[in-house]
Design a protein around this ligand. Structure first.
Ligand code: HEM
Length: 421
């Protein structure tokens, strides 16, 4: 039976279309999974089945996604019963919904207003566009130094290890006030947290290690304050505005969110450009200063690396697109599908660096929209432009089918990207 017929025949009791997370087609590593695409064609809402047997709503279309993500009747609190827990992503699912509250290590991303807004406000200023723009020369220097190092080798090199991962890690360390020499600790634990296949125990352990590390760092900042975000958090703890636990958990959120996503976007975006030489040529040759900006937005849309969807739970009945989401039901907003919705983006499967894709939902939408987006945008602009300017002959040192994609990742990307020049 087609998905449309299946939904028609069970209206009022929509049957799940299949398991979630879904599998991408190996031949189309940049495209959302075919099951999701078919569901989107059939309608805006359907259900999926999670490994714990629950069947949350699955929102496939852009308009309904924006409407729901800005609806205060949807909660981001993963300790509420009904919150969908399919695996892991950097923003959710650190190992269980329900009263145990194992996911509190991710701070305000998993809270509702007014507490969410209260905590978010404390760290908004350093991520504002003006402050981020002032960091651009420093980021350019980091990028140039990494490329200098890369060029001392004859190639091939793994672009993830040599460039995509250290670049945003160095930048976020500087901004937050984290010694980069501790990168092994936070990178390895972040990897566990965003791995769909890591066990609850492994994730708890990883959060525990990061929280412990952050507590120690905040103590150091109290004794030796500097001009950085964590020194500011330490001051707030001393002033009694914030508990030490809340400060440490906020630190975990900023540190994990601040490097893993951007690193995946740098590597996957580079691969997407190498696989679309006509578009790469435009980026290299077109004399339009706006093209780099639109190219970054388009790559964010086209790749939507946070491919496990935004997860929420309804606190009240919500009528939408001919269905009723009941209070207590889980909701997965599939932003990777929303960003390929033809109603919002004509010819959505074409990578077109010149299109205006600014309204994409790759950074989410509503009150939880990505706090770090001005930083991510600036880093990506510097990273792509400099890489292709300084190494114009950059090319893949393997074939596309040999590239190890992060099919098990809550954040999509590649584990390795062998390149040469
Ligand atoms: C390309 C890179 C990035 C992507 C694709 C991305 C994506 C996202 C998405 C989709 C959300 C919404 C989560 C939700 O609605 O449940 C989010 C939230 C968030 N992001 Fe990012 N992000 C990126 C980079 C960054 C950076 C560099 C930081 C810096 C620390 C950051 C910090 C945050 C924070 C703190 C939140 C939580 C906001 C809230 O709940 O109010 N992100 N991000």
């Amino acid at each position: 039976m087609s998905i449309a017929k299946e939904q028609e025949s069970t209206r009022g009791a929509v049957k799940p279309i299949g398991a979630f997370p879904m599998t991408r087609e190996a031949r189309c590593p940049f495209d959302p999974p075919p099951t999701g695409r078919a569901a989107q064609e059939a309608g805006a809402l359907t259900r999926v089945e999670l490994s714990d047997g629950t069947t949350p709503w699955f929102i496939t279309r852009y308009a309904e996604q924006r409407s729901l993500l800005s609806d205060p009747r949807l909660s981001a609190d993963s300790t509420r019963p009904g919150y969908p827990v399919p695996g892991s992503s950097y923003s959710n699912d650190t190992g269980g919904s329900g009263a145990e509250g194992a996911s509190s290590g991710f701070s305000f991303i998993l809270m509702d207003d007014p507490e969410h807004a209260r905590l978010r406000r404390m760290v908004t200023a350093p991520f504002m566009v003006k402050r981020i723009e002032a960091m651009r020369p420093g980021v350019q220097k980091i990028v140039d130094d990494l490329i200098d190092d890369m060029l001392t080798a004859d190639g091939p090199v793994d672009l993830v290890e040599a460039y995509a991962l250290p670049m945003p890690s160095l930048v976020i360390c500087q901004l937050l006030g984290v010694p980069y020499s501790d990168h092994d600790l936070f990178q390895s634990n972040s990897k566990i947290l965003i791995n769909r296949e890591a066990s609850v125990e492994q994730k708890r352990h990883a959060i525990g290690a990061l929280v412990q590390y952050l507590h120690g760092l905040l103590r150091t900042k109290t004794e030796h304050p500097a001009e950085d975000v964590f020194s500011d958090l330490a001051r707030r703890v001393q002033a009694g505005d914030l508990t030490g636990d809340d400060a440490a958990m906020m630190g975990v959120l900023l540190l994990v969110a601040g490097h893993e996503t951007t690193a995946n976007m740098i590597a996957l975006g580079t691969l997407a450009l190498l696989e679309h030489p006509d578009q790469l040529e435009r980026l290299r040759t077109e004399d339009d200063p706006g093209l780099l900006t639109s190219a970054v937005e388009e790559l964010l849309r086209y790749l939507t690396i946070t491919h496990d969807g935004r997860k929420r739970v309804a606190t009240d009945d919500i009528e939408i697109a001919g269905e009723v989401i009941r209070a207590g039901e889980g909701v997965i907003v599939a932003t990777d599908l929303g960003n390929r919705d033809p109603e919002a983006f004509p010819d959505p499967d074409t990578l077109d660096l010149g299109r205006d894709a600014r309204h994409h939902v790759a950074f989410g939408f509503g009150v939880h929209q990505c706090l770090g987006q001005p930083l991510a945008r600036m880093e990506l602009q510097v990273a792509y432009r400099t890489l292709f300017q300084r190494i114009p002959t950059l090319r893949l040192a393997t074939t596309l089918d040999q590239v190890p994609f992060k099919h098990d990742g809550g954040v999509y990307g590649v584990y390795e990207l062998p390149v040469t020049w």
